[in-house]
Design a protein around this ligand. Structure first.
Ligand code: FE
Length: 351
């Protein structure tokens, strides 16, 4: 009895201290992955990698902010080897806060366009975009004319008063969109545009992108902003409610006549204190292989960062009509503008 109790209390101690769940020693066959990719279709990516290499992936799921906070709290004792985040603003933040270990990989540099990764230093590149997503406008086909919402600028135009639904301005997807606008328009015009959007809101910001799309379909709002993969997910759904949503809403890739539609990245970096660095780089290189890039595209409805791959995704095909013009800003500059953007949001009362 006593022995059983000792075993039990040891087991409780081990779980409580994370002894079993967070190995901190180097191990040839392990990667400790902290991932903000909240997409169930990614499971296949991880299992295929393990099958091909024998390297097991221990995954911790959180959102971008949660992962960065955890890395800070853990410091040099962090077991993390690889970080996956879903936005340029957060990737930039992780780089600036010293969370990443710069990598020198000819494979990654050759495959990923320079605009979709951090600026290389003498030590290497801090983070790499692995897939892209566009931030587009959704509108009620019954009430809104497409030509009134085919630029981002029009989201803040008084003609669209009382019609706009959008998630929180401080969400990384919006910080990056607004950071891109700051590059295109300058601070003064961007702030006026943000103020215009606040004036145009149908309701205070709440929920995620899918909630905004559904609010357009229900008639609560006329216009919303969403990442493309949420739309593609609804387009591929067989649920009658989702089908009805997509029948009601139109999708516009804004600014096709000017600088192009805003595109953000999901990306990866090796953790600063990784004990399994070689494995982490191997995993990043695997993620830009044609098979993994295709899986990003077909599984989570993103676009590959590797150019020239044939895309076999009918929803993305239908949404874009084949292709669209995307803005060509280096994504790191977009991430860098987030502090300026947050100050503007505070000034205009964009929650
Ligand atoms: Fe998302």
């Amino acid at each position: 009895m006593r022995r059983n109790l000792t075993v039990l209390s040891l087991a409780i101690y081990a779980v409580a201290t994370g002894l079993f769940s967070s190995p901190v020693l180097a191990d040839d066959h392990v990667i400790n992955l902290y991932s903000a990719r909240h997409y169930p279709t990614d499971e296949l990516l991880y299992s295929d990698f393990t099958k091909a290499t024998g390297i097991k992936i221990n995954r911790v799921d959180s959102d971008d902010a949660g992962i960065i906070a955890r890395l800070k709290a853990e410091g040099s004792a962090s077991p993390a080897d690889l970080i996956l985040l879903v936005d340029a603003a957060r990737l930039w933040r992780g780089e600036v806060d010293g969370m990443f270990l710069p990598v020198n990989s000819k494979t990654l540099e050759a495959a990923i366009p320079a605009t979709l990764r951090s600026k290389p230093t003498k030590d290497g590149t801090a983070w790499f975009g692995l897939s892209t997503r566009a931030r587009v406008v959704v509108y009620d086909k019954l009430k809104i004319k497409r030509e009134d919402v085919d630029t981002y600028e029009e989201l803040g135009d008084p003609k669209n008063k009382g019609k706009l639904c959008i998630r929180s301005g401080s969400h990384p997807y919006n910080l990056s969109l607004f950071g891109a606008m700051t590059e295109h328009l300058g601070v003064e015009k961007t702030e006026a545009w943000l103020k215009g959007m606040v004036d145009n809101m149908a309701r205070a910001p709440k929920g995620g992108d899918t909630d905004q799309i559904k609010a357009v379909a229900s008639g609560e709002c006329g216009i919303a902003v969403s990442n493309t993969y949420y739309l593609a997910r609804l387009m591929r759904s067989t649920n009658p409610a989702d089908i009805a949503v997509m029948e009601r809403v139109g999708v516009v890739f804004p600014n096709q006549q000017s600088w192009g539609t805003h595109v953000n990245v999901a990306g990866g970096a090796v953790a600063r204190y990784s004990k399994n660095q070689a494995n982490a780089v191997k995993f990043l290189e695997y993620l830009i292989s044609p098979a993994a890039q295709n899986h990003f595209a077909n599984g989570n409805n993103e676009w590959p960062v590797v150019q020239g791959l044939k895309l076999d995704n009918p929803a993305l095909q239908a949404m874009t009509g084949g292709s669209f013009k995307s803005e060509l800003l280096p994504i790191r500059i977009v991430g860098m503008n987030q502090i300026k953007v947050q100050q503007m949001l505070d000034r205009v009362g964009f929650k």
